[in-house]
Design a protein around this ligand. Structure first.
Ligand SMILES: Nc1ccn([C@H]2C[C@H](O)[C@@H](COP(=O)(O)OP(=O)(O)OP(=O)(O)O)O2)c(=O)n1
Length: 151
C-alpha cells in the first residue's frame, strides 16, 4: 500500500486530499434510480438516474442512491485503488458501496450510498465520503472499459 509521499507524486490533482495512507474522496452529486436495469451476457443496461438538487442532500431511510466523486481521477498504469467508506458514515448507519479502481482508469467515480437507518441523513456536496487506498500491481494491464472518459 502506498503512503503520503508516493501518493502526492502519483495523484497531483488530489494533493490537498492525500492522507498518510490514502486519498480522501469528496461527494459531488447524489442521484436516484429512475428505471430498471439489467446485465445479461455482459450487456449492460444501466438504470436511468436523476440528479437531486444540492448542495445539501437528504437521504431517506432504507433507500439507495448513487454518489459521484467531485474530481475526475487518473489511476496510473501499474497501480490499483480500493475504496473504503468514511467511518463517520458507518457510525451514522449509512454505507458506501464501492468496487476496484483499475490501472489506467480515468473518469468520474460513482459509488452507491445506502441509508440503512430508520431516520433521514443529510450530507453536503464537498464532504468526504470515502478513502481510496492504492496498491502497486505487478504486471498490470490497463483499463479500457465502458466507464473510461477522454483525458
Ligand atoms: N465504485 C466504483 C468502482 C470503480 N469505478 C470505476 C473505476 C474502475 O476502474 C471502473 C470500472 O470498474 P469495474 O471494472 O468494476 O466495472 P465493470 O467491470 O462493471 O465495467 P467494465 O465492463 O468497463 O470493466 O469504474 C467506479 O466508477 N465506481
Amino acid at each position: 500500500m502506498l503512503g503520503e509521499n508516493e501518493l502526492v507524486k502519483l495523484f497531483p490533482d488530489f494533493k490537498d486530499l492525500v492522507q498518510p495512507s490514502g486519498i480522501d474522496l469528496a461527494l459531488d452529486k447524489i442521484y436516484t434510480q429512475e428505471s430498471e436495469g439489467s446485465l445479461i451476457d455482459n450487456e449492460k443496461n444501466l438504470p436511468e438516474i436523476k440528479e437531486l438538487e444540492g448542495p445539501v442532500y437528504t437521504l431517506k431511510p432504507h433507500t439507495a442512491y448513487l454518489a459521484s466523486i467531485d474530481r475526475k481521477i487518473k489511476i496510473p498504469k501499474g497501480y490499483s485503488m480500493l475504496y473504503l467508506p468514511r467511518s463517520t458514515l458507518l457510525r451514522s448507519f449509512v454505507s458506501v458501496q464501492t468496487a476496484v479502481g483499475d490501472p489506467g482508469f480515468f473518469g468520474t467515480l460513482m459509488f452507491m450510498i445506502y441509508n440503512h437507518g430508520d431516520y433521514e441523513y443529510k450530507i453536503k456536496k464537498g464532504d468526504r465520503i470515502a478513502q481510496g487506498v492504492v496498491f502497486e500491481v505487478e504486471g498490470s494491464g490497463q483499463y479500457s472499459g465502458s466507464y473510461q472518459e477522454e483525458e
